[in-house]
Design a protein around this ligand. Structure first.
Ligand SMILES: Nc1ncnc2c1ncn2[C@@H]1O[C@H](COP(=O)(O)OP(=O)(O)O)[C@@H](O)[C@H]1O
Ligand SMILES: Cc1ncc(C[n+]2csc(CCOP(=O)(O)OP(=O)(O)O)c2C)c(N)n1
Ligand SMILES: [Mg+2]
Length: 336
C-alpha cells in the first residue's frame, strides 16, 4: 500500500493540485506559490495563505515560551505574504486546544500574537476554536494585498540571473537542535541561535522594497531549507542554478557552535529550515542596487550566492568542485 511516506509532501501537493485545477478567471495564481492570488480591489491583487504550527512537529509545548509561539504562528504566515512582495492586512486564528491548558498560557500566547499583528498592522478578524485530547494545533490564515503590476512570483528566474539571500542561514535549525538536545543555553551564542528558532522576523519590509523596484524578480521565503526552497524557484522557472557554498551567509555564532559540536554549518544553512529569510533572483544589473538598498534602508545584509543556469539541475560548488550535503531539506511525510 502506497503511503504518504512514499510520495512525500510534494507528491501529495501534486495529487491535491490535480483535483482542484483548473481555476476560473479571478484566480491569478492557485496552488504552487507562497500565497494564492486572486483579483482584489481596483489596482490590487488579494493574497491568501495559511500555515499551521503543530505540537510535536513544529514545537514542544513544554519548551516554548507561549509569548514567542504566539508571535511565530503569525510570523510564518507573514513570511509567505512577504514572499509575494505583499502587504499583510488581516488574519484569522484557529486554535485546537486541550481543556487542561491554563488560561494564563493561552492569554500569553495571544499577547504574543497581538504584538506581531500590531507590529505589521494586521487586524485579527476571526478564527475558530476546537477541542482536542491530542496535540495542540495553531492554524492561521493571512490575507494581504499587492499592487497588480508588482506581484513577485517564483517562476520569474532567467538564465544569467543572480541568486541572492537575506540575513544568515542555518541559525534556527541549530537553535532547534540546542533545544531538543537540552544543550546548555547560558552563553550568548546559544541564546542567539535559540532566538533565531523561537523568534524569526518576517522579511515583510524586504518584500516591500523588492515589490517597489521595477525589475523582474523571482521570490520565495525559506521555510524548508535554502536548497529545497531555491529548488522551487528553479523548477517553476524551468532553469538550473549554481551556488558557491563559500558565499552562503553564516553567522559567527553558527560557525563557532558547529566547531564545538563538530558538525557542518552548511548542512544547517542549506537544509535546516525555518530561517524565514528570502531568496530572490534577479538580473545582474539590478542585483547590486537592490542588495545595497535593502542593506541601507532596513539594515538586513543581502548576499549574492550563485547564478541561474540553463537546464534544471541545482549544483552546489566549493572551490569549483561539487559539494555534497549530509542532510536534506524538511519534508512533512518523508522518512529521510
Ligand atoms: N492541503 C492543501 N490544499 C491545497 N493546496 C495546498 C495544500 N497544502 C499545500 N498547498 C499549496 O501547495 C503549495 C506549497 O505549499 P507549502 O510547501 O506549504 O508552501 P509554503 O512553504 O509557502 O507554506 C502552496 O501554494 C500551498 O498553498
Ligand atoms: C519539534 C520540532 N521538530 C522539528 C522541527 C523542524 N521543522 C518543523 S516544520 C519545518 C519546516 C517548516 O514548516 P512547514 O510547516 O513545512 O512550513 P511551510 O513550508 O508550509 O511554510 C521544520 C524545519 C521543529 N520546528 N520542531
Ligand atoms: Mg505551508
Amino acid at each position: 500500500m502506497l503511503t504518504l511516506t512514499d510520495i512525500g509532501e510534494f507528491g501529495l501537493i501534486d495529487l491535491i493540485k490535480k483535483k482542484f485545477m483548473p481555476y476560473g478567471p479571478e484566480t491569478i495564481v492557485g496552488i504552487d506559490d507562497d500565497c494564492a492570488v486572486v483579483t482584489g480591489r481596483e489596482g490590487f491583487y488579494t493574497l491568501y495563505t495559511c500555515d499551521s504550527q503543530v505540537e510535536g512537529s513544529h514545537f514542544i509545548a513544554d519548551l516554548v515560551p507561549p509569548y514567542l509561539l504566539g508571535q511565530k504562528v503569525l510570523t510564518v504566515n507573514l513570511s509567505d505574504i512577504a514572499a509575494m512582495g505583499g502587504t499583510p492586512r488581516f488574519a484569522l486564528l484557529s486554535l485546537v486546544l486541550r481543556p487542561d491548558i491554563s488560561v494564563e498560557w493561552i492569554d500569553t500566547f495571544l499577547e504574543g500574537f497581538r504584538y506581531k499583528a500590531n507590529q505589521y498592522a494586521v487586524e485579527v478578524i476571526g478564527g475558530n476554536l476546537a477541542h482536542t485530547e491530542g496535540k495542540l494545533i495553531f492554524d492561521v490564515t493571512c490575507i494581504g494585498e499587492v499592487k497588480r503590476n508588482r506581484l513577485l512570483l517564483r517562476n520569474q528566474a532567467r538564465v544569467g540571473d543572480l541568486i541572492l539571500v537575506t540575513g544568515s542561514l542555518g541559525d534556527a535549525a541549530a537553535g532547534l537542535k540546542i533545544l531538543l538536545e537540552e544543550q546548555k543555553m547560558n552563553t550568548t551564542r546559544e541564546q542567539y541561535l535559540l532566538n533565531r528558532y523561537f523568534l524569526p522576523e518576517p522579511r515583510v519590509d524586504v518584500g516591500r522594497i523588492l515589490a517597489e523596484s521595477p525589475n523582474r524578480i523571482a521570490l520565495i521565503d525559506i521555510s524548508d531549507g535554502f536548497a529545497q526552497d531555491l529548488g522551487h524557484i528553479l523548477k517553476q522557472s524551468q532553469v538550473g542554478g549554481i551556488v558557491d557554498v563559500e558565499r552562503i551567509p553564516l553567522s559567527q555564532q553558527l560557525i563557532s557552535w558547529c566547531t564545538v559540536q563538530n558538525c557542518f554549518p552548511l548542512d544547517f544553512a542549506c537544509s535546516g529550515g525555518e530561517d524565514y529569510e528570502l531568496i530572490f533572483v534577479t538580473a545582474p544589473q539590478s542585483a547590486d542596487e537592490l542588495r545595497k538598498k535593502i542593506q541601507h534602508e532596513i539594515g538586513i545584509p543581502v548576499t549574492i550566492v550563485g547564478e541561474i543556469t540553463a537546464g534544471s539541475k541545482l549544483i552546489f560548488e566549493k572551490s569549483e568542485q561539487n559539494y555534497e550535503f549530509h542532510t536534506q531539506g524538511w519534508n512533512h511525510f518523508s522518512s529521510f
